[in-house]
Design a protein around this ligand. Structure first.
Ligand SMILES: NC(=O)c1ccc[n+]([C@@H]2O[C@H](COP(=O)([O-])OP(=O)(O)OC[C@H]3O[C@@H](n4cnc5c(N)ncnc54)[C@H](O)[C@@H]3O)[C@@H](O)[C@H]2O)c1
Length: 448
């Protein structure tokens, strides 16, 4: 394939050289003459292990060259990869000035083009940038229609500086968010000889994924450093402690606890978080990430409360009371917190939880429940059907097969707020948000 790579910085030079190494005909474009000259001389303008050698080889073999302006090349090429910088703006958003300048040049090129050229965003951008900024710009400048006359896609880059070539050649996965199947197939063709799982997702999901991955990396570093600071104060070896944390690949380094859902609760997590925070205070050190976890959890309950109001019902069935199915331990259950809030707001709640039976519940468990929810005797329904038939809306707070089948049989006009699997929610919760409009316009995951 013939590929234009816009921007010869870290991402652009590595992508250009590696794609050329795969056998594509690649032209790098950058307004900085010294970068263009360096590449045409067989050198990389950025420092990266192994890159000079690779650039030298692919330039010598005629697979890669560079130029300072590329608009006129668009009609001869299959793909444009946008790899220009997106530096932080003053308000933390990503500055799109470089992308807009490239968009003008590609748009001018598309005006003259008869081929189905696919414009691929490889720079890191916030979700919506391609559909709401780049696409209108390309269409306005070219007088052509995206998805009909030219293609558009997002293909985020997961390379790390200093191991960028190896990361390109052996990525964790290839992610393509495309406007249309043709664009997706064209981008997939670029990486045909790279052995990595291919994920096709909505455009905006591909855009956001890169930023979420980096945020997760930053969170991990910050968390490990906070534990290291505390261990330092306690004269413990933080490194060996974190190695043991990582050695648990069942619960710690695993997909466990990494799905969006409802708030956490129960007898251990909130208590132990408070204990760790108090230990840090005693040691006189600050652990802002760890201190932020409980407020974040509270925000999840408050979000559920606001969404419950958007269901537009006064009588609501809540399915599940404990922090997870299979236990009658109700300590610090976030659902109890939610129900208390909804009561304060004047809503009527009925609850069904197969594990909660007031006729057999004894001792401190029962005392705790009656203290938290004094009306429990009146609002607990032993039969799921009773709770549903006496309510106008449903909140699902636990993942159970019987709740899933009840939802499947529910009158589809009854609004549902599913806290454990938010994508199953219906009714007021999903109205009028950007996600809904994107999802409707985007092709779904894995749909090619
Ligand atoms: N550096 C990384 O490791 C890395 C990894 C993944 C993603 N990213 C993202 O990739 C993007 C590029 O990052 P980078 O580190 O390569 O940036 P960079 O600043 O090193 O390179 C950007 C290049 O674009 C060129 N450029 C500017 N205007 C241009 C134009 N109109 N036409 C052609 N070229 C133009 C610049 O001269 C520069 O050479 C950013 O969005 C970044 O967040 C970076």
């Amino acid at each position: 394939m013939k590929v234009l790579v816009w921007g010869l910085g870290y991402v652009g030079t590595v992508s250009a050289a590696c794609l050329a190494h795969l056998g594509h005909e690649v032209i790098g474009i950058d307004p900085v003459a010294t970068k263009v000259d360096a590449l045409n001389d067989g050198r990389s303008a950025v420092k990266e292990p192994g890159l000079d050698d690779l650039v030298n080889r692919v330039v010598r073999d005629g697979f890669l060259r560079a130029t300072s302006s590329g608009g006129e090349l668009v009609e001869t090429a299959d793909v444009s990869l946008i790899c220009v910088g997106t530096p932080s703006g003053a308000d933390g958003t990503l500055s799109l000035g470089y992308i807009q300048r490239v968009g003008d040049q590609i748009g001018d090129g598309l005006r003259r083009a008869n081929n189905y050229h696919v414009v691929v965003m490889r720079s890191t951008v916030l979700p919506g940038t391609i559909r709401q900024v780049l696409m209108p710009q390309l269409e306005g400048r070219s007088g052509r229609e995206a998805g009909r006359d030219f293609g558009v896609a997002s293909n985020p880059e997961f390379m790390r500086e200093t191991s960028a070539i190896a990361d390109f050649q052996s990525p964790p996965y290839t992610v393509i968010g495309a406007l249309d199947p043709r664009s997706c197939e064209r981008v997939a063709e670029l990486y045909q000889s790279i052995a990595a799982p291919l994920h096709t997702v909505a455009l905006e999901q591909a855009e956001l994924l890169k930023i979420v991955n980096n945020t997760f990396h930053a969170l991990k570093v910050g968390f490990a450093n906070e534990i290291g600071r505390l261990c330092g104060e306690l004269a413990l070896d933080g490194g060996s402690l974190m190695r043991l944390v990582c050695a648990d690949t069942k619960l710690n380094i695993s997909p466990r606890y990494l799905q969006p859902g409802f708030a956490f609760g129960g007898s251990c997590l909130p208590k132990d978080l408070r204990a760790l925070a108090s230990e840090a205070r005693d040691c006189g050190i600050s652990l802002p990430i760890i201190d932020a976890i409980l407020p974040s959890n509270r925000a999840q309950i408050e979000t559920a409360r606001a969404k419950a109001h958007r269901l537009g019902a006064v009588n609501i069935a809540v399915l599940g009371l404990g922090f997870k199915p299979g236990t009658d331990d109700l300590r610090e259950s976030p659902t109890i917190e939610l129900i208390r809030s909804l009561w304060q707001d004047g809503l009527n709640v009925l609850v069904h939880d197969p594990d909660i039976d007031l006729t057999t519940m004894l001792g401190s468990n029962r005392a705790y429940l009656e203290r938290q929810l004094p009306q429990i005797g009146q609002i607990l329904c032993s039969r799921l059907a009773d709770a549903l038939s006496r309510s106008e809306a449903v909140i699902v707070a636990q993942d159970r097969p019987e709740f899933t089948s009840a939802l499947e049989q529910l009158d589809p006009t009854v609004p549902v707020l599913d806290l454990v699997r938010p994508s199953r929610s219906t009714g007021g919760e999903t109205d009028n948000n950007r996600r809904a409009s994107w999802t409707h316009r985007a092709l779904g995951a894995g749909s090619y």
